[in-house]
Design a protein around this ligand. Structure first.
Ligand SMILES: NC(=O)c1ccc[n+]([C@@H]2O[C@H](COP(=O)([O-])OP(=O)(O)OC[C@H]3O[C@@H](n4cnc5c(N)ncnc54)[C@H](O)[C@@H]3O)[C@@H](O)[C@H]2O)c1
Length: 245
């Protein structure tokens, strides 16, 4: 199976290239502003001339147009792992999913997807507890809060009996109101990714957390997703579909 990597020379792209042989897939090339020293690298979908069975993307929302062109050119599925998409991007992704199989997840690890289910269940049980979400990432991360924090917010929301108001960080005169969910982003050093959901009640706190030890967990998840997409009909899929959760 030939995989084409968008963002091939980035932190995640390089880990994907390392992990691909172990998962039995071939990297045929990639798209990036900066050329990969190992694989044919292109800056425009129109110029791509290598075999492509599936596209895996770990880049920036700005590459979405090229990804759409590439999937149409090769009539192939894609795995979208980039975070920070705007509402207009999400609309374009849904449109692409009418034509090809699109797999999209803000977090490709098994652990975080298990955590998201646990978070929904905890919210359901701990009805009156205040919920706060804290995420920590390296100092190069472009977007905040992280895509994973947003995914966890959606999971918690499913378990709540009310529609929460999100508060991103706090400063000054900002006493906590009922039905708030506080979301806090910490940036520093080389932290791969840590997420914590605190359910704070009267005299007790329940904390659920996940810590990524390396980028391998995301690369392996994306490579497995690309293989899983083979032969799937057009549509929008996520980790819960693949893991049968
Ligand atoms: N879904 C997940 O599990 C998961 C896990 C880790 C990272 N991510 C996301 O993946 C994305 C990439 O993360 P990273 O740490 O590898 O970032 P990075 O900055 O190290 O790499 C991004 C790469 O994309 C390239 N790029 C950016 N804009 C481009 C453009 N317009 N055209 C061509 N190439 C372009 C850059 O040159 C770079 O090589 C981020 O959005 C991050 O949040 C998702």
């Amino acid at each position: 199976m030939n995989i084409f990597i968008v963002g091939i020379n980035g932190k995640m792209g390089r880990v994907l290239c390392e992990r691909a042989p172990e998962l039995g897939v071939t990297v045929s090339g990639g798209l990036d502003k900066v050329s990969s020293p190992l694989y044919p690298t292109f800056t425009r979908a129109a110029d791509v001339n290598v075999p492509v069975d599936a596209v895996i993307d770990f880049s920036r929302p700005e590459t979405l147009g090229e990804i759409i062109s590439l999937c149409k050119k090769y009539n192939c599925p894609c795995v979208l792992s980039t975070t920070g998409y705007r509402a207009s991007d999400e609309q374009q992704i849904r449109k692409l999913a009418e034509k090809v199989a699109v797999f999209k997840s803000e977090n490709m690890s098994l652990g975080v997807n298990a955590l998201s289910i646990l978070a929904g269940k905890a919210a359901e049980i701990l009805k009156d507890f205040d919920v706060e979400i804290i995420e920590r990432h390296h100092n190069q991360k472009a977007d905040a809060p992280s895509g994973t924090a947003k995914l966890l917010c959606r999971s918690v929301e499913k378990g709540l009996a009310y529609s929460p108001d999100y508060v991103y960080g706090r400063e000054g005169n900002c006493k906590r109101k009922p039905h708030e969910i506080g979301v806090h982003a910490i940036r520093g050093g080389s932290i791969v990714g840590e997420h914590e959901i605190a359910f704070c009640g009267s005299d007790e706190v329940v904390t659920l957390s996940h810590s990524a030890g390396s980028r391998k967990i995301f690369a392996d998840g994306a490579l497995k997703a690309a293989k899983w997409l083979t032969g799937k009909k057009a549509g929008l899929y996520d980790m819960h579909d693949m893991l049968g959760l």
